[in-house]
Design a protein around this ligand. Structure first.
Ligand code: ASP
Ligand code: MG
Length: 406
């Protein structure tokens, strides 16, 4: 007998028929003698349409009231699922975030979970009830309702799994797991059986559509195994686990791409203390996230500095740096939004050399120019021209032996 947390996303509870399917699935787990806590998202499209409605009322809805509104999406699906289970003859009870003592900070719209009491959940489990928890929501210390950011019910699920010491946290979604590359651009992509928390965190561009990335950080911190699987089939999905758990440590376990960045270069910047701070302070003040940074040494006391920002912030970042360049007397600023980041990721890289050179050779063979490179312990990323993204992903996938026919 085990304690399961099962989370069902928006598409899995999109209508009453699907809610019935979810209920059957939950019941099956329960009938095998397990305890189950179900976490639900809002029915597909609900959160978006609530946001749209708020924006029709006012251009800038108050964040507190927006959370009051958005939380109703999960309240609806939780109640409907609990009712469905009851109609099938099961003892079920639904709880909202605050009823389960999901305590968060006061960052409306993007709140962080501080702790979870879960007193009533534990009590209900003790009475052999199936618990349905509304995901995505909590309450701040004043009792005001907060939400955890888009996709936040994944984090609710992992956090509740930690709070009640669940054996496993299953995330049921509309894909059947995490893939070695985006199957939409790489035909030979395979479903990954097991992946480590750190790999998953690095696979943000692949995985973020499947799992809210914050939930993976949570799972890692508390060592909760997360099973990402499809709610439309019985097939096993992908286990996200601790890398010391005996999983196979592949040198490269996935290839990701991200077309969402743009690069900005400042040419002939004075090579002096304090200059980098002057370049990046106003970017930080504008709330723009910088990803890669590369600085060259140059002769003559000058250097070139290149960095990347999200595409949506490109214009603003460029304008900021044009001002900065005047101030620090850099020669010129230019940018390029037509780039993409292609990365190979694998925990086995820690103990293997030569991964970078295989990557560079593979791209060179296709005449793909590498514009920037960055590395971490388990990842190598190259910035290439955007038009080469798909090709780069495919050839790297093959070069590292990930193709489904090998
Ligand atoms: N309903 C929320 C959203 O769409 C939370 C979630 O589905 O995880 O972002
Ligand atoms: Mg989701």
């Amino acid at each position: 007998m085990s304690l399961f947390v099962q989370k069902f996303g928006g598409t899995s509870v999109a209508n009453l028929e699907r809610i019935r399917n979810v209920a059957k699935r939950v019941a099956k787990t329960y009938d095998r003698g397990n305890d189950v806590v179900v976490v639900v998202s809002a029915m597909a499209g609900t959160t978006d349409s609530l946001i749209k409605m708020a924006e029709e009322v006012t251009e800038s809805p108050s964040k507190r009231e927006l959370d009051m509104l958005l939380a109703t999406g999960e309240q609806t699906s939780a109640a409907l699922l609990a009712m469905t289970l009851q109609s099938m003859g099961y003892k079920a009870v639904s709880f909202l975030g605050h009823q389960a003592e999901v305590c968060t900070d006061r960052a409306f719209g993007n709140a962080r979970i501080l702790e979870i009491g879960a007193g009533r959940i534990k009590e209900a489990i003790g009475k052999k009830k199936i618990v349905v928890l509304a995901g995505f929501q909590g309450a701040d210390p004043n009792g005001d309702i907060t939400t955890l950011g888009r996709g936040g019910s994944d984090t609710s699920a992992v956090a509740i799994a930690v709070a009640i010491c669940a054996d496993v946290c299953e995330i049921y979604t509309d894909v059947d797991g995490i893939y070695t590359a985006d199957p939409n651009i790489c035909e030979k992509a395979r479903k990954i059986k097991e992946i480590s928390y750190d790999e998953m965190l690095n696979m943000a561009s692949l995985g973020a559509k499947v799992l809210q990335i914050r939930s993976v950080g949570f799972a890692k911190k508390y060592n909760i195994p997360v099973h990402v699987r499809s709610s439309f089939s019985e097939e096993e999905g992908t286990m996200v686990v601790n890398e010391d758990s005996g999983m196979e440590q592949l040198v490269v376990s996935g290839v990701t791409h991200n077309k969402d960045e743009a690069r900005i270069t400042l040419k002939k910047v004075p090579d002096q203390p304090g200059i980098a701070a002057k370049i990046f302070d106003p970017i930080a003040d504008a709330g723009i996230m910088v990803d890669m940074i590369i600085q060259n040494t140059r002769a003559g006391g000058q250097t070139d500095l290149t960095f990347t920002v999200p595409k949506k912030d490109y214009k603003q970042a460029l304008e900021i740096e044009q001002k900065v360049a005047k101030e620090i007397e850099a020669e010129e600023v230019w940018g390029d939004p037509n780039i993409a980041k292609v990365s190979v990721i694998g925990v086995g890289m820690k103990n293997h050399s030569g991964v970078a050179s295989i990557m560079f050779h593979t791209l060179a063979k296709e005449n793909i120019n590498i514009i920037m490179i960055s590395t971490s312990e388990i990842r190598i990323s190259c910035i290439v021209e955007e038009k080469y993204t798909e090709l780069a992903v495919r050839v790297l996938h093959t070069a590292f032996g990930l193709d489904s026919d090998t």
